[in-house]
Design a protein around this ligand. Structure first.
Ligand SMILES: Nc1ncnc2c1ncn2[C@@H]1O[C@H](COP(=O)(O)OP(=O)(O)O)[C@@H](O)[C@H]1O
Ligand SMILES: [Mg+2]
Length: 235
């Protein structure tokens, strides 16, 4: 089976400022990888390259066999819409839409009927413990609840690849834990692969593998604790 993500010889600079140099990475379908590295080391850039939001200066980026670097902007947007769920640190919820309406947006964009989209969105929110908050506006929700709405929106179309950029960075430990459990259980259910950018040891534990950006390249790290369950207590 083609891997979820394949990077080979990827190079990226912003002007004279090199960020990634000869980066290679392979993520199998269903595999969960934590991407670590200092602030400014290029983690978001790497994720944006995988999502086709940035283009590499050299090298190849493949997502589920689609060569992103060979597609035009429309083609990359199609791969993103169909196969990728992106969870950001900032939630980017639409302020004037309710929780359930926010989650329904990707389905409506994909041409789903409004009532079906609404029903599926409600189902995902219910699964993430927000069944009572379907009609709340983002400003009426706590940070942790907003993150779970953003998570439901990223997963509602059951993508095969989930990219999460410091998804728990704005949350207190209890809400971070709930969001992580939500990520782990939902991607497991749709068999999706995960690339999780994080600073947090707690968050990195939901991954099976960890890689670190150091001096513009990617290094494989030995797994720290045994592949832990998301419910275990952080040190
Ligand atoms: N669009 C951009 N234009 C210029 N420089 C950028 C741009 N995006 C990121 N950078 C720079 O590239 C480096 C890596 O950034 P980033 O990928 O955001 O790092 P991280 O996510 O690991 O904190 C930083 O030095 C950042 O300032
Ligand atoms: Mg970043």
């Amino acid at each position: 089976m083609t891997p979820a993500v394949q990077l080979a010889g990827v190079r990226k600079a912003f002007g004279a400022h090199p960020v990634l140099h000869d980066v290679s990475l392979r993520v199998e379908r269903g595999e969960r990888v934590a991407l670590l590295g200092e602030s400014g080391s290029g983690k978001s850039t790497l994720l944006n390259l995988v999502a086709g939001l940035e283009s590499p200066d050299a090298g190849i980026v493949r997502v589920l066999g689609h060569e992103m670097s060979a597609l035009d902007a429309d083609g990359r947007a199609r791969v993103r819409r169909e196969h990728i769920g992106f969870v950001f640190q900032a939630f980017h919820l639409l302020a004037h839409l309710s929780a359930v309406q926010n989650v329904a947006v990707p389905l409506l964009l994909a041409g789903e009927r409004a009532d079906v989209a609404q029903q599926r969105a409600a189902h995902w929110l219910d699964d993430l413990g927000l069944g009572e908050r379907l009609h709340a506006l983002p400003r009426e929700l706590s940070g942790g609840e907003q993150q779970r709405v953003a998570l439901a929106r990223a997963l509602v179309h059951e993508p095969q690849l989930v990219l999460a950029d410091e998804p728990t960075g704005n949350l207190d430990p209890a809400n971070a834990q709930r969001a992580l459990e939500g990520i782990a259980s939902t991607i497991e259910r749709c068999g999706a692969a995960l690339v999780l950018v994080t600073h947090s040891e707690q968050a990195a534990r939901i991954a099976q593998r960890r890689v670190r950006l150091l001096r513009h390249t990617l290094e494989e790290e030995p797994a720290a604790a045994p592949a832990a369950t998301p419910g275990s207590t952080p040190p």
